[in-house]
Write a protein that binds this ligand. Structure first.
Ligand code: LLP
Length: 417
């Protein structure tokens, strides 16, 4: 359920017509609904109310500080993967004691910053990283709270680029080697073992891979207990999928029920790292049609709708061949036409949709690229020297710019002749 609906023939976000925002802010822009963000966060977090848990929002999916601050106010923590994300989370007033640090390549400086901030836990992804954390903690004279990220070798049945829990993926430590690492960590003077974590992939549309991974983690926790290692936190990562097209992912409460039923025998606090399921359908990308044209001479005539948003603004279609529903902002009737919706970037891979049925649209009209709240703006770039677009947040009948559109000066700000 989201708050982007047609009202009187016009797409609105909560009580604000999208075209009104476009007239004021210009295009393209990302548009988020705070009612949807709040609803999704609370539906997810509330689904785990029966057990001790912390919902650590995956900052990488949508990292605007206004949005992070909103989740913090609702009791949310943060799952971070870089010093930059730590900075954003702290700036957004997220409680450091609810910050989890994952990622295979943490630098010494990043580890130091996280130790100084007194975050809840590092999810360690290799033996060398454990050594590095021990060394930095020793130098600072502090203790580092750690979990190992276990690679359970489970197939999440999702796009190959975003599956992370297979033995061949770069993430985590294989279950077989993890026990040795925990024993090693136990003897380290500046390490506190407090958890076990795993994250098997993103955009999962079935519950079974999560449960399969959880079984393996539970068995592993038993092994640890036999060695006298007590685990306080079980971090199950993120990954719950959303509906982009015709997927039927489990609802948060169904996912939560299945997970909670598995945990009855354990005395742990569950950590969750959802990203997409909270923000994906809470944001859209609004773009204006620059031109329409027909290229003839091929097997069939090709109809193009050229918009002012491009793969630098939303890379998911180009990168993963991802499907995003595209809707005219002014509701249309009439026969749909088969079109490619493309951006201005000089690459054939620059498309928002290919061979898509779209009601006939005209130059100057607005389109909404739906389900763009997750991995939309956060993966945008300046490719083709295109300033990054604005981000706007609607609250009821009002809206505010939560990130200004970049300008040309921003493009060269850090460059020297
Ligand atoms: N935790 C960890 C350790 C992760 O690596 C990720 C996502 C998450 C949590 C959040 O997963 P989510 O709940 O959003 O599925 N750019 C890709 C998705 C990459 C996901 C990377 N890791 C996309 O646009 O589909």
């Amino acid at each position: 359920m989201n708050h982007f609906k047609y009202k009187n023939g016009e797409l609105s976000c909560e009580d604000v017509p999208v075209s009104r925002i476009a007239a004021e802010v210009g295009t393209p822009f990302y548009l988020y609904s705070s009612a949807t963000l709040n609803r999704h966060f609370q539906a997810f977090d509330g689904a785990f109310d029966d057990i001790a848990h912390i919902t650590c929002f995956a900052v990488k999916s949508c990292s605007n500080v206004a949005i992070l601050n909103g989740f913090g106010k609702m009791g949310g923590g943060a799952d971070i993967v870089s010093g930059g994300e730590l900075f954003r989370a702290l700036h957004s007033k997220i409680d450091p004691k609810k910050i989890i640090y994952s990622g295979v390549g943490k630098s010494e400086l990043e580890i130091e910053e996280a130790l100084r901030a007194e975050i809840l836990m590092f999810n360690v992804e290799s033996p060398q990283e454990l050594d590095r954390i021990q060394n930095v903690a020793e130098r600072l004279g502090v203790r580092a709270p750690v979990a190992f990220r276990i690679n359970p070798d489970v197939d999440p049945q999702t796009h190959a680029y975003i599956s992370t829990g297979l033995a061949k993926n770069k993430f985590g430590v294989p279950v077989k080697e993890a026990l040795v690492e925990y024993l090693r960590a136990q003897d380290m003077a500046n390490i506190d073992i407090i958890g076990v974590s795993c994250h098997i992939g993103s955009q999962l549309t079935k519950i079974s891979p999560f449960i399969e991974a959880l079984h393996k983690v539970k068995l592993f926790i038993q092994q640890l207990e036999q060695k006298g290692i007590v685990i306080k936190y079980l971090d199950l990562g993120g990954g719950l999928g959303i509906n982009y097209n015709d997927e039927e992912p489990p609802l948060p409460h169904e996912y939560a029920r299945a997970v909670i039923d598995e945990l009855t025998s354990l005395d742990i606090t569950l950590i969750l790292e959802p990203g997409r399921v909270i923000v994906g359908n809470a944001g859209i990308l609004v773009t204006e049609i620059q031109y329409t044209k027909v290229n003839t001479g091929g097997e069939t005539d090709k109809h193009f709708v050229i918009v002012d948003a491009a793969m630098n603004d939303l890379s998911r279609p180009s990168l993963y061949d991802a499907f995003h529903s595209i809707k005219p902002v002014l509701e249309k009737s009439g026969t749909p036409l088969l079109v490619d919706i493309v951006g201005p970037i000089c690459e054939t891979g620059d498309f928002m949709a290919r061979d898509r049925l779209l009601e006939e649209v005209k130059q100057g009209e607005l389109l909404a690229i739906m389900s763009s709240g997750a991995y939309g703006f956060s993966m945008s770039s300046n490719y083709n020297s295109r300033p990054r677009v604005a981000e706007v947040l609607v609250e009821g009948s009002g809206f505010r710019v939560i990130r200004e559109r970049e300008n040309y000066e921003d493009l060269i700000r850090h460059e020297n002749i």
